[in-house]
Design a protein around this ligand. Structure first.
Ligand code: FES
Length: 131
């Protein structure tokens, strides 16, 4: 614990005192290449913290996920059907908004209207024997 205390109370403040951090934004334009090199660890650390924070916020909000709500307690959502049990027609949801998932209930229409997306169902139909 003493090493951590020394790091935050002595080492880190000493490091910040050596950095050529300008007093104004315009001062950044006056920095030399050597000045920027001395600030690389600080800029890299701040960048990493910002990226990791944004990634965690996006993950917590579900950003980038296709499935917003269906069976979120599972690692993977999988449904299996015997093709003989589907009847002559079946429409399967590909927008992940159907209340009858995995079957399409038309929720893709509202999703498309709200987001500008263009998703629709996977429609299966059995060809008649005469065609
Ligand atoms: Fe999702 Fe129709 S409800 S594709």
């Amino acid at each position: 614990m003493e090493a951590i205390a020394i790091f935050f109370k002595v080492t880190l403040p000493s490091y910040f005192e050596t950095l050529p951090i300008p007093e104004t934004f315009g001062g950044f334009l006056q920095l030399t290449g050597a000045d920027w090199l001395r600030m690389v660890p600080l800029i890299g650390t701040l960048g990493a913290v910002i990226v990791l924070t944004v990634m965690q916020i996006r993950k917590a909000k579900g950003c980038g996920q296709v499935n917003p709500s269906i069976e979120k307690d599972k690692d993977k959502v999988v449904h299996s059907f015997d093709i003989e049990d589907l009847g002559d027609k079946a429409a399967f949801c590909r927008c992940w908004r159907s209340k009858a998932f995995p079957k399409c209930d038309g929720s893709h229409n509202m999703h498309n209207k709200l987001t500008g997306d263009n998703v629709g169902p996977l429609c299966l139909s059995r060809k008649s024997a005469s065609s």
